[in-house]
Design a protein around this ligand. Structure first.
Ligand code: GLN
Length: 240
């Protein structure tokens, strides 16, 4: 019998893939294989035709210039992304795409990069970059550990909840202790690192949602996360 398969779509790897964001996709691929699934890895860049059959979407960070480049294309596939998100497709969007899944990002020079308003939030470039190691707390995932580097200060509206509460670091805006955002099975965060190697609970959340949506059930394998644990232990001790 053919193995059950899951399709992962990496959004804009050409323009939005700094800080090792591609590593998140590799973690999803490897853990899916460990859980017994085969993986179909696809990428989407500006001008490509948007695939119909997608189970998980991953999008990375980018400089303001990368966000400018993808803006029009992202707006053109907005409907596809809204439809998939509202249908429960799990997504992980980091930093630059976190901002553009919201309403807009207003840059330091005052121009507006419009987003797709899938997430009820807006971002304004602040006077200083918020940079350094960050730890947040989330009831479902425990401590979330990563690294942030953004000028944008993001403010959440009522339609989303924060992903975590900041324990160490700046988070969305350095003011209200929120970090990231959640809407349905969409997870958005400023955390690079990559995020998923140090936070396998989030990887398995995305996998669980994708597999359950496609096949009706998900029975996880027991995975040896010793190395992830070691990485977490080191990362939490690092200075800001
Ligand atoms: N250009 C955006 C900012 O600085 C996003 C940066 C990023 O993706 N790291 O806020």
């Amino acid at each position: 019998m053919n193995k059950r398969s899951i399709t992962i779509l990496q959004l804009y790897p050409r323009d939005m893939n700094i800080y090792g964001d591609w590593g998140n996709t590799l973690v999803l691929q490897r853990r899916l294989e460990w859980h017994g699934y085969s993986v179909n890895l696809t990428e989407y860049n500006p001008g490509d035709s948007f695939p119909d059959d997608v189970d998980i979407i991953v999008g990375g960070g980018g400089q303001d210039s990368g966000q400018d480049i993808i803006q029009n294309d992202l707006l053109a596939i907005s409907q596809n992304l809204h439809k998939l998100a509202n249908d429960g497709v799990p997504m992980l969007v980091i930093c630059g795409l976190f901002q553009l899944f919201g309403k807009f990002f207003k840059t330091q020079d005052g121009h507006i990069i419009e987003g797709i308003s899938l997430l009820d939030l807006e971002t304004h470039a602040g006077p200083e970059r918020l940079t350094g190691n960050i730890i947040t707390e989330n009831k479902e995932f425990g401590e979330i550990i990563g690294y942030e580097n953004h000028s944008g200060q993001t403010f959440l509206g009522a339609g989303v909840t924060p992903l975590g509460k900041v324990i160490k670091g700046a988070g969305n805006n350095g003011q209200d202790d929120s970090e990231g955002a959640r809407y349905r099975n969409v997870i958005a965060t400023y955390m690079h690192g990559s995020l998923l190697p140090k936070n396998p609970a989030i990887a398995d959340f995305l996998i669980d949602k994708a597999v359950t949506r496609k096949y009706g059930e998900f029975t996880p394998s027991v995975i040896d996360d010793r190395f992830a644990e070691q990485a977490r232990n080191v990362a939490v001790k690092r200075p800001r």
